[in-house]
Design a binder for this molecule. Structure first.
Ligand SMILES: [Zn+2]
Length: 208
């Protein structure tokens, strides 16, 4: 069986380690530790900004960052990259000593420092041929917490792209519920007398 990437390019998985013969996801417990850690980690870091973009734009201009599409390194010490910054990483990895510290705790920081100091690949530096991606969906990682007493894998210091819209998303169901309640109130449904309509002060909702 071949190798595939899932969600983000870069990390490769042996198909037979993560898929059943029928093509479904193996239960997480059956997946060997290393690919399992990667799968759990992918779930945490997907949809985060590219590390290099973030070094350029910073928190203030976070929305200028491109979302990461590529992941290299080890879980917890992974580097997230967009298409444009992959060449810089590969140049650092191949030509500036990155490969010599692969797997070490300093790996990600070393790349960040090099990039932050202005390190870049020469124009036209060759990229990488990526394996075919598997479906973008991650396996059903129902309760990854239960698999790890140490939940470091589930924590990431990277900023989320849209904390505001995440928050809005969390509030959306409530907003919908409020909308429905309002609609019901507008219907003048007498059966809802139990609701404390007095508290709602609906009249103030109307423009004059
Ligand atoms: Zn980038």
């Amino acid at each position: 069986m071949g190798k595939v990437s899932i969600g983000l390019r870069g990390w490769r998985f042996d198909e037979d380690e993560i898929f059943t013969d029928a093509g479904g996801w193996r239960p997480l417990e059956e997946i060997p530790k290393e690919p399992r850690h990667r799968l759990v980690r992918l779930q945490v870091v997907m949809n985060k900004p590219c590390d290099a973009c973030y070094l350029i734009h910073g928190e203030a201009d976070k929305q200028q960052c491109r979302p990461a599409s590529i992941i290299y390194g080890e879980p917890l010490d992974e580097v997230l990259l967009c298409d444009e910054h992959e060449a810089d990483f590969l140049f650092w990895f191949r030509e500036r000593g990155g490969a010599s510290i692969a797997g070490e705790e300093t790996f990600r920081d070393a790349f960040h420092e090099w990039f932050d100091d202005g390190g870049r690949a020469p124009d036209g530096y060759g990229g990488m041929e990526h394996v075919e991606e598997a479906p973008e969906d991650l396996p059903d990682l129902r309760d990854p917490e239960t698999l790890y007493e140490d939940d470091d894998l589930l924590v990431d210091e990277r900023p989320d792209f849209d904390e505001e819209s995440d928050a809005a998303g969390d509030e959306a169901p409530d907003a919908d519920a409020a909308g429905e309640a309002e609609a019901n109130a507008d219907d003048g449904d007498e059966a809802d007398d139990d609701l404390s309509v007095d508290d709602l002060d609906l009249d103030r909702e109307y423009p004059t």
